[in-house]
Design a protein around this ligand. Structure first.
Ligand code: NDP
Ligand code: MG
Length: 384
């Protein structure tokens, strides 16, 4: 069967790799829609190659420019957040790949679920901010949410080895990022340029900085909680610098099932689209002809407090995870502009969380308000 695909955020790291998979399995896919925030030159190139029905540019001025660039082709050009929502429910589409970054993924994901699409979800912020609402909608519409995040793709596969009542823990692996082993004194001096050099993965700037602070792993704890309907105490994190074991599941009898492979997002993206099948591909493989050492160590909560903040947000629940994500989007932006230091990131997040009045079982509007509030509060604290 040919799957008709929408890729939200096709010009980003996950988006570009999704199109690589589509190219690799040309006879299995048809591209309906692509989108970018600002990168219209790459989007134009992708549109000429994949011939979608429609493209969306979040930046309205740039959308007008792209319209001119594509006028020889029968491709519709839409603009802004409402364009993104429109393609998320594109009538001809079967599956929506959500590869935009940040809170901007939430409404398109909900729209795709409500329109009965299969969702391949890279955008973890959606589940961090509004996991309860999103999973409830998915249950209501019988939607399959396939995780693209490598840890969750791993857990999804490991869970096939037993049933829910036999599950003891899930163990998320974290590479530890570029600053693994550094103490607070070292961390006080690290630059944004150093934070952007991830040892194992090539990713967009937000998630790369989040990996350096371990905020990304914290978000993944919250993502796992919602995706797999877990209890907070069932989710553990181990630092595994080689990023070969992508995550694990421990059952009640003490058996631990792991999913392994090279650190390459093409594999989980392919699996999210091929499930329940597996397809042959030519990508590089783990070499069992060589010696390897795999290490596992506990995360250091003193140096990397963001992981603890995520557990705290999950424990208190309600609007607090949305606040943590909103504040982190601002903190990372200011850090990348060299306006705050690395260690100011967790301090800022803790401060914003502490000032928030948590609302339990929030509506979508209350989550959007909490996100907006957190951004304003974080920016105000930075500006003093
Ligand atoms: P990138 O920054 O590389 O790409 C993000 C994409 O979203 C780009 O196409 C970007 O356009 C677009 N975009 C950015 N902001 C907006 C907005 N406000 N409205 C609409 N579109 C927007 O991010 P990644 O690909 O690294 O990450 C995407 C998501 O996947 C994130 O949620 C991340 O946490 C998750 N993820 C990523 C992994 C990775 O390996 N990269 C691994 C696991 C999860 P433009 O090109 O113009 O900036
Ligand atoms: Mg991950």
């Amino acid at each position: 069967m040919v799957q008709r695909v929408v890729v939200l955020g096709s010009t980003g790291s996950i988006g570009v790799q999704t199109l690589k998979i589509i190219e690799q399995f040309k006879d299995k896919f048809n591209v309906c829609a692509l989108s970018t925030a600002n990168n219209i030159s790459l989007l134009q190139e992708q549109a000429r190659k994949f011939k979608p029905d429609v493209v969306v540019v979040a930046n309205e001025k740039m959308a007008a420019e792209l319209k001119g660039g594509l006028k020889d082709l029968p491709i519709k050009v839409l603009a802004g957040a409402k364009g993104l929502v429109e393609i998320s429910a594109w009538p001809e589409a079967d599956v929506v790949v959500v590869a935009v970054v940040g809170f901007s993924g939430l409404i398109p994901t909900l729209t795709a679920i409500r329109a009965g699409k299969k969702v391949a979800l890279a955008n973890k912020e959606t589940l961090v901010a509004a996991g309860e609402i999103v999973m409830e909608e998915a249950r209501h519409h019988n939607t399959v949410i396939m995780p693209i995040d490598s840890e969750h793709a791993a857990i999804f596969q490991c869970l096939h080895a037993g049933n829910n009542s036999e599950l003891k823990h899930v163990i998320l692996t974290a590479s530890g990022g570029p600053f693994l082993g550094k103490n607070r004194e070292d961390l006080a001096k690290v630059s944004s340029k150093q934070a952007l050099k991830h040892p194992n993965w090539q990713m967009g700037p937000r998630i790369t900085v989040d990996s350096a602070t371990l905020m990304n792993k914290g978000f993944e704890v919250i993502e796992a909680y919602h995706l797999f309907n877990l209890k907070t105490e069932q989710i553990q994190v181990t630092i595994h610098p080689e990023s070969i074991v992508h995550s694990m599941v421990e059952f009640v009898d003490g058996s631990i099932i792991a999913q392994l492979g090279l650190p390459d997002m093409l594999v989980p993206i392919q699996y999210a689209l091929s499930y329940p099948e597996r397809w042959v591909n030519p990508f590089p493989r783990f070499n069992w002809g060589q010696s390897h050492a795999l290490h596992f160590l506990p995360p250091s909560t003193e140096e990397f407090p963001c992981l603890g903040l995520a557990y705290q947000a999950l424990h208190k629940g309600g609007t607090l995870p949305a606040v943590l994500n909103g504040a982190d989007e601002i903190a990372v932006r200011y850090f990348l502009e060299d306006r705050i230091s690395f260690l100011q990131i967790p301090a800022l997040l803790a401060e914003v969380m502490g000032r928030h009045k948590v609302k339990q079982h929030p509506s979508l509007q209350e989550i959007m308000d909490a996100d907006g509030w957190a951004r304003e509060e974080a920016a105000a604290i930075i500006k003093g």
